[in-house]
Design a protein around this ligand. Sequence first.
Ligand SMILES: Cc1cc2nc3c(=O)[nH]c(=O)nc-3n(C[C@H](O)[C@H](O)[C@H](O)COP(=O)(O)OP(=O)(O)OC[C@H]3O[C@@H](n4cnc5c(N)ncnc54)[C@H](O)[C@@H]3O)c2cc1C
Ligand SMILES: *[C@@H]1O[C@H](CO)[C@@H](O)[C@H](O)[C@H]1NC(C)=O
Ligand SMILES: *[C@@H]1O[C@H](CO)[C@@H](O)[C@H](O)[C@H]1NC(C)=O
Length: 385
Amino acid sequence: MSPPPLKVAVIGAGVAGLATARALKLEQHQVVIYEKSGHLGGTWVYDPRTESDPLGFDPNREIIHGSMYPSLQTNLPRQLMGFWDYPFSSKIRNGEFRTFPSHEEVLQFLIGFAEEFGLVDLIRFDNEVVRVERVGLRNDEWVVGSRTQGRSSEEIFDAVVVCNGHNTQPRLAHLLEISKVAKEIHLSSRALDIKISKLDYGHNIWQHSKIDCVHENGEVAFQDGAFIHADIILYCTGFNYHFPFLKTDGIVSVDDNRVGPLYKHVFPPKLAPNLSFVGITNRSFAVFVVIELQAKWVAKVLSGKANLPPEEEMVAEIEHYYQHLEEKGIPKHHTHSLGPQFHEYLDGISNQAGLAEVDEEIKLISKNYFSFVIENGLWRARGWG
Ligand SMILES: Cc1cc2nc3c(=O)[nH]c(=O)nc-3n(C[C@H](O)[C@H](O)[C@H](O)COP(=O)(O)OP(=O)(O)OC[C@H]3O[C@@H](n4cnc5c(N)ncnc54)[C@H](O)[C@@H]3O)c2cc1C
Ligand SMILES: *[C@@H]1O[C@H](CO)[C@@H](O)[C@H](O)[C@H]1NC(C)=O
Ligand SMILES: *[C@@H]1O[C@H](CO)[C@@H](O)[C@H](O)[C@H]1NC(C)=O
């Protein structure tokens, strides 16, 4: 007999939170989605504001979740940005059918998805989760503490799925926009195969090695020996995983952007299955597809329709994976970058969750697209997410 439905808290109403809520609902679980903003869609909700402290040093600053710029179009084809029975490709808006749609269109698609499957009513808007901790006599329940309009409240759940996002993409178009008005642009990268050179796609853009030091007067010394005076220094150094609300006594931690230990980037073995993470993977070539599979896996495990391996086995696999990364010289901060292995990863999860394998057409499109990006040198140049 399968266990009774659970009461599950989902943190965040972006792609991951919505896909997770839907999967949980299909498995008859009772779902509450906490969303700190007044909107669903997460990253895809364009917010023109920028943070008062752009380097994010002040923990009390007002955090602006979005990091889109107004002219952003997707860098994945829309065929890879849909859900299995709710494809993006069939949703033509305003008579438009661009392969790489605008961010507005993605948001409209997500709103449509949430409405279609009755997810909007599950969302508690303007509710920021501030505490997630294991409680109860047998330590088998989870308390979720949240804040709304200055009021705090707490509620007990059987399980919690963390879907709070980790907005990823550095933006080359942003730099190109600047190149129209700047006299010179100097890019710095710690990638090993960078040569000092003028770039093909801009007469005034230069590529350099890692920065050695920056002086207060704007003088920048690169490790390749070059030396420039910069009026503005832009940090395009990516994002950090951040779970300020999560209290696990160190069972789950973030170390140099490695969130761990996580079995297949989703379950912390010691707290599985009642704590899980959806959307941690980065640089995958089909973000929505990966997220949806992770979401379904979590839902199936919570309803007892799929079983996780024993704790020691999950721990061993994680250690094996870390070792593999080390042997290949892949730095810790790329632990969750799926890159070229993303198909294997997808098949692994489908298999674990007893789900049908990912559609061949989706696989083919992502494979071809991936090859295109690699062959054209876009992977390295754009820090593809
Ligand atoms: C500039 C840029 C371009 C991108 N382009 C593409 C693309 O072309 N194609 C593609 O597929 N992907 C793209 N991505 C990746 C994108 O991140 C994913 O598509 C997707 O948005 C990830 O969804 P998510 O739910 O994991 O996170 P998010 O979209 O970030 O959603 C997280 C949600 O959690 C909420 N939240 C956070 N903390 C709390 C809290 N404590 N309490 C309550 N709620 C909380 C946030 O308000 C937010 O609504 C891009 C990302 C960026 C930044
Ligand atoms: C997960 O939650 C269920 C339902 O509350 C509970 O029976 C089970 O013991 C929990 N598992 C762990 C490992 O805490
Ligand atoms: C995801 O990958 C991009 C591109 O490499 C990187 O800039 C970003 O920091 C990564 N995000 C996280 C949270 O590691």
